[in-house]
Write a protein that binds this ligand. Sequence first.
Ligand code: SF4
Length: 334
Amino acid sequence: MLNLKPDKVFYEPASLNYELGKKLREKFSDIPWIPVKSHNNIEELRTQPNTEFARMKKHLIVGVRKSLKYTPNHKVSDFLVPYTSSGCSAMCLYCYLVCNYNKCSYLRLFVNREEMLYKIIKTAEEANRDLTFEIGSNSDLVLENTITQNLEWTIQNFAKARKGFITFPTKFDMIQPLLSLGHQGKAIMRMSVNPEEIIRKIELGTSPLKKRIKAINDMCEAGYKVGILIAPVVLVENWERLYTELLEQLAAELTEKTKSQLFIEVIFMTYSYVHRAINTEAFPRSPDLFDKSLMTGRGRGKYWYRDEVRFKGEEFLREQIAKKLGGVPIIYVV
Ligand code: SF4
């Protein structure tokens, strides 16, 4: 498991005016704290070579989130909302955050959590129907929670809202502190899964599959709504066998209770020129996820699986999901 003890903290001095900022200062008082003007532009880090990517992931950035703008979404939520962190300490080779933050995709914590949560509650309560807010689109909140306890705080406080749901995806199993919370069924956890071989070689620093499956069952038993993201689907050489085995393992290890209320999202991997540049230099021994025979350009340096390849993959997965997890709805495949 990932060691979440950072080696140094870069911080905006204003963050120490917040309760969480003060707590973090105390918690990590034994490592250097380096003041920065803006969490968004730390020149000392931005100018590092790609080879420093993994070392930079050990840093923690603490700041105040300024933009609270919501992005409409039409998959499992109504809005993607900026929340208590962005970036991550893990190092999945395809991580979508690298597209936004390049090599500066280390974990940034934002201390103005009250402001962010109260805006969500206000929006939820003013709506004429139940809205769902995706609070984890910029980081992994289960991982973040091990440092800040922000997810515990959020679930407990959002439970008091008269309407709406919050949802978050994760690749981690540290859900123990969430199990006894009074969540009122208003939080939906979506566990991202992949074959264990892909987790080990590509999702560096995340929880093993077996532990993720146990976490889904435990959350469901604790009354949470749960979903599964088969994401991202990576078409490695032996993908058909690996994903068949994954679905067999899910069928065998998910409890009947979990299966009866589960839903599935399927997302195929996208990749980019930036990922390639960083991974080649930072992880020279890791597999190259760019496969020229299967992928095509998608504009702005991005790659995705060619249509016919993706369709074949989708058809295969839909068939296997129906066979192994018959009855579990697939919300979407992209
Ligand atoms: S766990 Fe999620 S946020 Fe963290 S590196 Fe992997 S894909 Fe990115």
